[in-house]
Design a protein around this ligand. Structure first.
Ligand SMILES: [Zn+2]
Length: 280
């Protein structure tokens, strides 16, 4: 007999926010949605005392985790250039339905929703407000969820979200804003402004690219959000985007750069504008 309560408590003791799901389903109980998830072991014992066969849900974003949800086994995706083999050295949940969940850690307070942006088909994410079913829950097919051999959270550390994925998801987050209709005039005005700022701030790019239909994108050679004592160069981390409606966004996927922006309490683009103002 599978001891789901014991596993739920083990996860909670390791800081994972869990909640019960209906037995042999991925469905929450009424009034116990993803935001009920907790690390409070008393609460968890109460839940599983009442529902001993409940499956275990993990609210990924609740404990700064992000799950990459793939339709099939992970190796099939390595060739797609999204994940390297090294990126896959992280806890790996084999679902009873033939899918795979890879778990990554994200920065505290970095709320990735469930927007997937330009991820290839067959890949999905579960972040803030998103959940996955954890082993040893039972899939509706009757097959048990299990950790891949050698890849359980008791066997291997959770890796930070790989840079390439983080970049794609950041771009998706730019899209979390409710976009206006495509506007080529707004894009052209924004483009003049971006080019002026690139020049004034002496920022080199890898060239202008198309983005989001009529929009534009520049990947920067040197990150302008960098802490001066810890520069990173030519790793394509920093970017400026113009969405199809003319909205400008800028940022970098590196942790320290994000901290600099969040400490300054401004968006990447505002930060660049201010730099331009102080230079001219
Ligand atoms: Zn940076």
């Amino acid at each position: 007999m599978v001891d789901l309560a014991k596993s739920a408590i083990w996860y909670a003791r390791h800081g994972w926010t869990v909640f019960p799901l209906r037995p042999r389903t991925k469905e929450p109980f009424k009034d116990l949605g993803v935001y009920s998830a907790t690390t409070d072991t008393d609460q968890i014992m109460d839940w599983w005392r009442e529902h001993p066969r409940a499956n275990i849900g993990l609210h990924c974003g609740g404990c700064n985790l992000l799950a990459i949800d793939m339709d099939s086994y992970k190796d099939k995706f390595s060739g797609g250039g999204i994940l390297t083999h090294a990126d896959e050295e992280t806890p790996t949940n084999l679902t009873g339905g033939g899918g795979t969940h890879l778990l990554y850690s994200v920065e505290d307070g970095q709320r990735h929703g469930n927007r997937i942006g330009n991820l290839p088909p067959g890949i999905d994410i579960r972040g803030w407000g998103g959940y996955i079913v954890l082993p040893p829950s039972i899939h509706p097919s009757g097959i048990q969820y299990r950790w891949e051999f050698g890849y359980g959270p008791h066997e291997i550390e959770v890796l930070p979200l790989p840079v390439r994925l983080s970049q794609i998801l950041d771009e998706a987050r730019v899209g979390n804003r409710v976009p206006g209709p495509p506007n080529t005039l707004a894009v052209s005005i924004s483009r003049d402004l971006v080019l002026a700022v690139l020049e004034a701030a002496d920022l080199e790019t890898y060239g202008e690219q198309k983005y989001d239909g009529t929009g534009r994108k520049w990947v920067l050679k040197h990150c302008p959000f960098n802490p001066p004592d810890d520069p990173h160069h030519e790793d394509k981390g920093a970017f400026i985007l113009i969405a199809a409606d003319g909205h400008i966004a800028a940022g970098c996927q590196h942790e320290r750069c994000r901290h600099i922006l969040s400490d300054a309490k401004m968006s990447g683009w505002r930060y660049l504008l201010r730099q331009k103002a102080t230079r001219t």
